[in-house]
Ligand binder design. Sequence first.
Ligand SMILES: *Cc1c(COP(=O)(O)O)cnc(C)c1O
Length: 495
Amino acid sequence: MEELMYKSTRNSELRITASKAVLQGLSEDGGLFLPTYIPKLDVSLKELAAMDYRGVAYEVMKLFLTDYTEEELKHCIASAYDEKFDTEGIVELVYADGAYYLELFHGKTIAFKDMALSILPHLMITAAKKNDIEDDIVILTATSGDTGKAALAGFDSVPGTKIIVFYPKGGVSFIQERQMVTQAGANTCVIGIKGNFDDAQTGVKKLFADKALKEELATRGYRFSSANSINIGRLVPQIVYYVYSYVKLLAEGKISEGEKLNFTVPTGNFGNILAAYIAKEMGLPVNKLICASNENKVLYDFFETGVYDRNRDFKLTNSPSMDILISSNLERLIYLIAGEDDAKNKDLMRKLVNEGKYEITPDMKSKLADFIGGCATEQETLSQIRKLHEDTGYVIDTHTAVASYVYDAYKKNTGDDTKTVIASTASPYKFTPNVMTAIDKVEANEDPFALVDRLSKLSGVKVPVAVEEIRTAPIKHDKVVEVSDMKQSVLDFLK
Ligand SMILES: *Cc1c(COP(=O)(O)O)cnc(C)c1O
């Protein structure tokens, strides 16, 4: 078989290496990178079941990152998945009320973004070395909360990199802001902007497209790169934990070899659930992929009707990391179900920009049979947290609760009793006020850390280091700028 390379969802003829795709992030034609084919697992599930997380990570990632040597890839994996995680298994599987919760929040910033962002910096500096790039890599990110901190923690003190994060001042949760502005590391920079998340995102996109800025920075020895979820360096590491959760259940005798599992995933940008789909295409025995949305239910409507329509009001919900109307990673699925037809994909993506909507053909829709869409309202999300806590004592965060609710409804409606793994994407401590509202009473203006302590009593789960740290950590970043001054603040930091 030909060596696996990367092409673009808007140019099927393109061929670039994995390391170049990691460095570049997005293709120059505006498309997303995809491997030329989806490789099959080449070790048996039984063999994988005998491995630890790092072992499984190598067996999965080697199939995609084909121009990394074994030594390079194993070094990246060992540097990422170590004591930074507060559990030796890197992830945990917890059985509660008829489903397995795959806890993906045991990394430094207690959200699932750590699973990929703890390895991305290593994949990137290795890629730079392989491609003889001597410039320092500057990561530019706009965040609505979780990505910013996970990227900061990942790139903190990584030689040859700098990272600049823009967040909407007043638009992120107390814990999220504290986590970011207390970030140590001389190569990190956190800036609040006077605007909302869209302003931050648009501002960052402008900086990426600014040719004069690019040239100016090149003379200073810098080049930009992106850590957001369209980078294959984030997608590939996410495939690992789906395979790992399967073989872990196999090793524990909870399932038999070849038995199918459902995965339910709380979804925003469609990165996490796309990784589950790729795992299935690699040969992992999977029945249904259940895509759970909050009240911004564009994806639910899409799976129901075949129409993707972003023309609607944007809602701020209690699961903010899923508040999104344009799920960037869906483009990869669209391209695949269009039979890898780049022209067809480009046409739909142009419609999305111009009209805010597009409709797929019946033939494309028939290829979505693996997917089930579901959604939960604000109230359903909170009552699911309460119900699970009352019935089992287990406490989940708001994002995970959206998935948990959607799974229960799916099971009730279909009678499907396939064993199911629910991706648990954040620690309840990251969203303490909402979680406490669900399981207890919250006084107006109650101190956030007092709530944290009460949550610990109620859940019996120790307060994570990530939260303990920010109680007393000194504020390192207090810059707040107008959107129009974002460029100047980048130049100031990169003097
Ligand atoms: C980012 C995020 C999600 C959504 O993941 P996608 O890959 O964007 O679909 C869900 N839950 C939490 C806690 C997140 O941080």
